[in-house]
Structures are given as structure tokens and as C-alpha cells.
Write a new protein. Sequence first.
Length: 702
Amino acid sequence: MSSTTAEDNLQENPLLKDFYFPPFDAIEAKHVRPGIRALLKKLESELIELEKTVEPTWPKLVDPLEKIIDRLTVVWGAVNHLKSVKDTPELRSAIEEVQPEKVEFELKLGQSKPLYNAFKAIRESSDWEALSDARKPQLKEAILNGVSLEDDKKVQFNKFKQELARLSQKFEENVLDATKKFEKLITDEKEIEGMPASALGLAAQTAVSKGHENATAENGPWVITLDAPSFMAVMQHARNRALREEVYRAYVSRASSGNLDNTAIIDQTLKLRLEKAKLLGYNNYAEVSMATKMATVDKAEELLEKLRSASWNSAVQDMEDLKHFCQTQGAPESNDLKHWDINFWSERLRESKFEINEEELRPYFSLPKVMDGLFILAKMLFGIVVEPADGLAPVWNKDVRFYCVKDSSSSPIAYFYFDPFSRPSEKRGGAWMDEVVGRSRVFSLDGTSPRLPVAHMVCNQMPPVGNKPSLMTFREVETVFHEFGHALQHMLTKQDEGLVAGIRGIEWDAVELPSQFMENWCYHRDTLMSIAKHYETGECLPEDIYRKLLAARTFRAGSLSLRQLRFACVDLELHSKYVPGGSESIYDIDQRVSKRTQVIPPIPEDKFLCSFSHIFAGGYAAGYYSYKWAEVLSADAFSAFEDAGLNDDKAVKETGHRFRETILALGGGKAPLEVFVEFRGREPSPEALLRHNGLLPVSAPA
């Protein structure tokens, strides 16, 4: 074997080149092992050098430290991103092999005594008070990384950290494989009665990709999968109750059996998190999680209970309304509604009550129009211009778009990628935003202005079918607005300290604020009318449909609120009270929590915990409550625009400017509560959220 194979030829390895936009089109699985190993070796020698020369000053401690952290974050981020959007067995095993080495290096870095002592010296010196807020959070991070642990405790801690990283990776892979594994081939059109044309087009397209080359939307065959667009279409529209039941059962039991069973991984994860917490001197993992959040365990529980009691009666009423409606429709299941009936009948009830059919609205929401309207809104609120910049940066798939964000001075201030379509064979489900590179003074490209931030936004909506553009449901429109809100906080930051710029360093329960805030604009008349134009005729969404969408906003709000509360409560319970190996299993806890948070309890086979990636493979462990916490903040923030007057352009622009200068600009450099108060003029209150959801007892206008 020649010594200049790709494995050895480090000069040519795209991961080791200096880049601003990652070479996503050039990175392959074969580059990962040699590239990451060479990078870690280089960073390790930089760390050793830094430990020798470190002084308790910012330029001699934090600047060189940021250079090390950032390089690893950007390169690892690019590789991991490809695993999420272009997964292959080769890429998986390469990442799996080098991940322990990467975690080991991060532990060395996070637990470096010389660096910790230098931070402490800054903390104890007279310079501390003069430090900008942006520079203070570093110390707490080091302590949570185990820096103050003595030798054998540190060894133990590091072992836990390694094992947890491995378990989380394995968990996510099992979910992806279990989701991919389920396929239902349907040849008889009676079995898919009620399914909308868009879903049949997708099911036929899937069938073609599985080798049924003559499949068509009209004549089939059709392949149903557990991927979100396919799963939701069956749950909401398939008249075939047996099909709904089969697909529902498969969905809630994903990754809970055979060689893809995540049960043992969950138990081991909870056990190690608890032990890690105890090593750091905390009672449970929830306390560790809250150490870097706005809330405390008590405060989070208090909010969840307040929302639960405000939602319960409304959810019970939702169920009564549904049963009554089923009876009027002569449905045989009206006296015994099951989980696989609820979405289907809710959809029928919504159609009859508001005469809104999600599917019939799709032609009004074509992806290009939605993006245009979103960018017009961003210009009005925040004074920015978003322009296509395709071709400027390499992409991982032909459908990925690239954009440049400019300020009023028309110079670039940020960039972002957008990957909108579902690709079940290689891309994980859901929607997310992440950083590619962050804003940073230390990484200035010209020596004077900071490096500009780059983000990526990923969604999983229906791809264009035939010559139609991607036509979206209203929910998918909200999702795009949501992810763009995250991206704005990353891109419009004014922090130049790279370690707390953008979304870095923001307390986890505050990070959903801008994203959920942006969703509110989907109900704002001018905004919605600017995007809702029929893709063929160009006609605007009829006014009466807009009014119905508005009325439908609070439809089943109690039930939807309880669904999120179940997830949040079971997460907190598992991380604060659950005893691994005790008398109760994780499923017992979910069933118990569900009694308080679900009007009809989950079926015994419900093992949704086995696919609850947010808390077992994402960053939401003991933090799922953050969605509700941030919903309170975001509804309250939006109510500032309502108070100013949504029809008053001047007031909206002024409030938007204030939102940009506080919530979006200050990054992780200032406590989010202080940032919120700076924007709103007071502390947050849940009233706006309950009002928006129609869960507040309404007093008659005076």
C-alpha cells in the first residue's frame, strides 16, 4: 500500500485546511480519522504551550484558549453536521472511532489546572469588576467540567463523560435506524383513502426510491414510513383506522426492541449522569443542568405546574368536544377514542369548525414565497437585508441554499445555509439550527473587524414533487420562522468575545426565546398575507381563511400544552427523583407523570422515551422545560409589539430595533434575565402566553 493514500496525505485533508466556509462538498468519511487525529495532536501541543506561558490576563489566557476551542468546535461541527444530513455507515464508524479521543482532549482542556488557576487569579484580582460581563461565565464552566476534582475523582468523572458521549451517539443512531427500518408497502388504494395528494405523491416517490420504479401518486404502489411528513399524513388523514393504529404503535415503540433497543442505554445514561452530579457535589443531575440556566429545579417545577393547571380543564373539554363530534359523524369509535384516532378526528373537527383543511392551504405556502416574506419581515423588524449567495460556499446537497445577511450599510454581517427537504435515507428527522462559525475578534480575517458568524438551518419538509415547488403546511411555515429566529440570534450578535457570541454561552432556557418569538409573526396579518400567495395563480390567501387560521390558533391549546408538559415533567422527574435500578422503571415514571398530564393515558406499549432524542442524544437533559420557560419569555416579548401597536409601522420598527439591540445582540455575555428586563422594562410574566393560547379566563372589555 503506498504511503500517500488519503489516510496519510494530510496536506490534502480538507479538515486540516484553513477555511472560513467548511468544504462540505469535499469532506468524506476517509478524511475523518486522520484529520481529527492530526488536529487533536496539534491542539494538544498548543495547550501544553499555553499551560507553560499562561498569565492571568485576557490576552495571555482567553485569546489563545479561544483559538484552541474554536478550531475544534468548527471542524468537529462540520463532520457531525454531515452525519446529520448525509449519514453513511462509513462516516458513522469513523466518528465513533475518534469521538473518545476528542472527548479526552476536551476533558484535558476543561480540567487544566494552570488555566483554571489563571481564571481564578483574574477572578480574585481587582481587574475582575472591570471585566465585561461577557468575560465572566468562563469560571463556572471549568468547575462543571470537573477542574476542581482530585485525581481519582477526576479519572472517574472523565470515564463517565466518555461513556455518556458514546451512549448518546448510539441512542441517536438506534432512533435513526429504527425509523428507517419501518416501511409499509400499500398496493390497494382503499387502504389509503383520505390521504391527501401531497402525501400520496411523497409515498409514491418513496416507493420509486425503494425499487418500485413505476409507482405513481394516483395508482401506487405507496410506501409509508415513520418519517415525520409521512407519519403525520397517516395520523391526520388516513380513514383506515387499522393503518393508523399500526403506524402509531410502530412510532411510539421505535428503538424499544431487538438490537436497536434504547432501554438499557437510557438506564445507563441516567445512572452515569447521577454519579457525575454527585462527584461535582450536587444531589442530582437536574441541579447540574440548572447551574447554567435561568431557572432552578423548584422554579421550573412551579412554572410547569402553573401551566398544567391552566391547561387541564381545557384539555378535558377538548376530549369531550372530540367525542361529541365523533358521535355526530356516526363514528363507531366515538365511545372509545384511542391515541391513533385523536389526530384524525381533531383534523376533521378543525375542518368543520374553522373550515380549514391543512392540505388545501399548502398551495398558498410555496417555499420560495415563504422565504421572501420572512426576509421582508426581518428587514422591517431588524433593518437587515438577506440576499441569495449560492455558489459562494460549498454545500452538501444540491437543494441547499446559501444566503448573505447585510446591514443597512449593505456590508455583510453574517451568512447562513438552508437545507429544507426531507431525505429519510440519510438525514435525521426534525428541524434545527446550529452554528458553523461564530463571531469573533480573535479570528478577525483582516486584523481589524471580527470574523462574521455563519449558521445553518435544517428542516424536513416535503420536497418538490414533479414540477411543483415545495408546498408547505402552516406548521412547517412556523418551523421555518422558528429556526430563523435561532439563526438571527447567532447572526446579529454584537459580542466580539467568541466564547459568548451568538448562541454560545446563552442559558439553555433562554435560547428558545428568539425562535418562539418569530413564530408569533406567522399570525400577524401583513406578514402572513405577504407569504400566502397561491403558487399557480398568485392570488392572496382569502381574508376569511386568515381569520379562521387566527381563530384556530387556540384550537386544542390545552391538549397541545399538556403534551409538551408531559415531556418536560418526565424529563425533570428522571433527572431529579428517579433512582436507577430502583423499584420503578423509566416507563413506570412516564405512566405516572402521564396520569397528571394526559387526559387519556399512554398505551402500555408506549416507549416514546426510547426515541426521546432531545434528552438522551441532544442538549435538553433536565432542560426540556426550557421550551415552556422560553415560551413565556417569547410571548411576553411579542406582547411588547402588541402594546406598541402592530399596525403602527414606526412603533414596530422601534420595538424591533430594541429587540435586536438587546435579545439578539447581547449573546451569552449578559444574564438573560437582565437582557429581558432591558428590552421589556420589567421581569417576564406568563400572562401573555396564556392569553395567546386562549387559556386565560377572559374578562369582558370595559
